[in-house]
Design a protein around this ligand. Structure first.
Ligand code: INS
Length: 641
């Protein structure tokens, strides 16, 4: 017998040794399941009495073998092709800011049209995410992903060929429809195909791709900003490439086995399970899915639309509340405002060149991406709950730091020293401001100043050019030639020497938000609902995400106008604190549990989840024995002997 086979076929003696060790806490992501939690005293005494080097080695070898067996490369291929949906999500939402700089000049877009082109995609995504729940249940995950990549492709082509703003709007809406469907389907599909010990990591890869898409978009924006004519066509049209790749891939990738079993397509489901589990025995997983579907049908009770059944059945009602709450707090933490205004924040720090600001804004998206990568690494190590809690507390603190930075900058805001006469003699409100801060908070005005080394010379508050916010309506800041000789136009910001504080806040914010609050709402939503409620639950949660996304972005400027920048960021910080309380009280740990087991976590009163804090001490080892999986638990040792 070869060494490999020897490793593979564990004998019963080593099995019982392993069982002796099964309460010991292991951190390497071995598969765990639900067993009643033992007391901490019993954990330590059992662990101490049974641990030995040889069993430890065996256990490690067993786990290594097990993990090799359960994760054939195919699952990774499947996850990467699905996550292209995440890439397109990030790319299409990120690319528009750079494209808009060129578009507004070339097509002479009014502020209303700019707003329409940006928000129409998010609004369409909110609606189609809700519709996606219905489509998912009816046609399956695979068809929905195909449909989403089809919309992305058509949308990309329409955008790149658009003759005018009306067609552009149609293209942005088509892309939005794809976005909504992809955003709710992809995490579900990956979660349903992954083995439990890798599920969190693979679903989180989807958010990694979102942030990767945002980063790529900023690079493409930077590169094509040099192409003043038609540069936007390339920016918007390049998304067709990953969309076509995903479409082609999904012509060959399988449907989710869980959806197939639910639909009664059992033979097909078995085939897919064998395909994605490699040489592992699939009987146990198949039976567990099938049994849980039968159980669910009994439990969820009654007929009627799924959403009604979800709301009237306490465990799914609680799960829905947690899922939607997480998505709401993700957006209320202001991620998209921070990302969108990162260029402005950089300008505050003294970056005057527009192009340099665009490239440096790319650094923000890169930081977001890198810290999401940290999240992928952490999710199976520290678990969802701790990661989300740590992340939101950091987010809350960094938002306060940002607010303090804005507050100190506002307290040291430069005065208006020069009041030029309006050549049109029109009565502008801008002339009444005595300081830069109120002037820049008024969307109709900007701050025009000259600088000598670091001292401000003449500074004035003048109306902004209605066609382009890059210049003043009149005077020395009204065109680029006049603005030579150290004259600058600051729209939306004031020159300050405290900008480093704001920059520090921005970096700290991304480092805290990206590993947890960025990906976890998506990951957790993909696993907290029973199968019958999964697509509807994810549809609602994704709908909430998009709705709050649009709400936060549309209200930011008004918030800033009424409460100032620091007021707005203090508000976000308080909302993040509220989010912490919500997550602390209501989010149970779902790490490494089978999807079929998670429903039980929501059987208790909502907001008592924090009490049992995570799955520590509750664990079952899955060990491969002669080609089969045995599920060891306190009372099923007889199965092994
Ligand atoms: O999870 C994602 C991610 O964190 C993105 O950076 C953000 O733009 C999205 O709105 C969010 O849903």
């Amino acid at each position: 017998m070869s060494r490999k086979q020897l490793d593979h076929d564990y004998n019963l003696r080593s099995m019982s040794n392993l069982m002796g060790e099964r309460w010991k806490k292991v951190n390497d992501g071995g598969e765990r399941s639900l067993i009643k939690a033992p007391s901490s005293a019993s954990i330590s005494s059992q662990a101490a009495s049974t641990s030995s080097t040889s069993t430890g080695d065996l256990e490690r070898a067993a786990r290594k073998q097990f993990q090799q067996d359960v994760t054939p490369g195919f699952v990774y291929v499947l996850a990467v092709f699905s996550a292209l949906g995440g890439f397109l999500f990030g790319y299409d939402t990120g690319v528009i800011s750079g494209a808009m700089l060129l578009l507004k000049r070339e097509l002479e877009l009014s502020a209303l049209w700019q707003e329409l082109l940006i928000s129409s995609t998010v609004a369409a995504a909110a609606l189609s995410a809700l519709l996606g729940g219905f489509l998912n249940g009816l046609f399956g995950r695979r068809v929905c992903i195909l449909l989403a990549s089809f919309f992305f492709t058509v949308g990309g082509i329409v955008l790149s060929a658009a003759p005018g703003k009306e067609v552009l709007l149609a293209g942005r809406i088509i892309v939005g429809v794809g976005l909504g469907i992809a955003s709710m389907t992809v995490p579900v599909y990956i979660a349903e195909a992954s083995p439990p010990h890798l599920r969190g990591q693979l679903v989180t890869v989807n958010t990694l791709f979102i942030t990767g898409g945002q980063f790529t978009a900023s690079l493409i924006d930077g590169a094509f900003s040099y192409l003043q004519r038609d540069g936007w066509r390339y920016m918007l049209g390049l998304s067709v490439l990953p969309a076509v790749l995903q479409f082609m891939g999904f012509l060959f990738l399988p449907e989710s086995p869980r959806w197939l079993i639910q639909r009664g397509l059992t033979q097909k489901a078995r085939r897919v399970l064998s395909q994605i589990r490699g040489n592992q025995n699939i009987d146990e997983e198949y039976d567990s899915i099938k049994n849980s579907i039968e159980e669910e049908e009994k439990d969820s009770g009654g007929d009627g639309p799924v959403i009604w059944r979800m709301l009237t059945y306490p465990p799914t009602r609680r799960a829905l509340l947690v899922g939607c709450g997480l998505q709401m707090f993700q957006q209320l933490s202001g991620i998209n405002t921070v990302m969108y205004y990162s260029a402005t924040i950089l300008q505050m720090s003294g970056v005057r060149d527009d192009r340099l600001a665009i490239w440096l804004a790319g650094l923000t998206t890169l930081t977001n991406f890198l810290f999401t990568l940290l999240g992928v690494w952490l999710v199976e190590r520290v678990g969802r709950r701790k990661l989300t809690l740590g992340s939101i507390i950091g987010t809350c603190l960094s938002l306060s730091l940002l607010a303090v930075g804005f507050l100190i900058s506002a307290q040291h805001t430069p005065p208006v020293t020069f009041h030029p006469l309006d050549p049109a003699m029109a009565n502008s409100t801008c002339s009444k401001y005595q300081l830069c801060e109120p002037c820049m908070l008024d969307p109709g005005c900007g701050f025009c100043y000259s600088e000598n080394s670091s001292a401000l010379l003449t500074s004035s508050c003048v109306p902004v050019n209605k066609a382009s916010t890059e210049h003043a309506a009149w005077g020395r800041c009204s065109n680029s030639t006049l603005m030579r000789d150290h004259t600058y136009w600051a729209y939306n910001y004031c020159p300050t020497s405290y900008s480093w504080l704001v920059l520090l806040g921005l970096m700290f914010y991304l480092a805290a938000f990206a590993p947890g609050m960025g990906p976890m709402p998506w990951t957790i939503n993909s696993e907290i609902y029973p199968l019958w409620a999964r697509s509807t639950g994810n549809a609602c949660a994704a709908g909430v995400n998009w709705t709050f996304n649009i709400l936060v972005s549309l209200t930011f400027l008004h918030l800033a106008q009424y409460f100032t920048y620091y007021g707005a960021f203090f508000l976000y910080s308080s909302l993040a604190l509220l989010g912490f309380v919500f997550i602390y009280g209501c989010l149970p740990e779902t790490k490494a549990r089978r999807l079929e087991e998670i429903e039980a976590l929501f059987e208790n009163q909502l907001c008592s989840c924090g009490a049992s804090d995570s799955d520590e001490g509750r664990q079952v080892e899955y060990i491969r024995v002669k080609g089969s999986n045995y599920h060891l638990s306190d009372n099923d040792a007889s199965d092994v002997d």
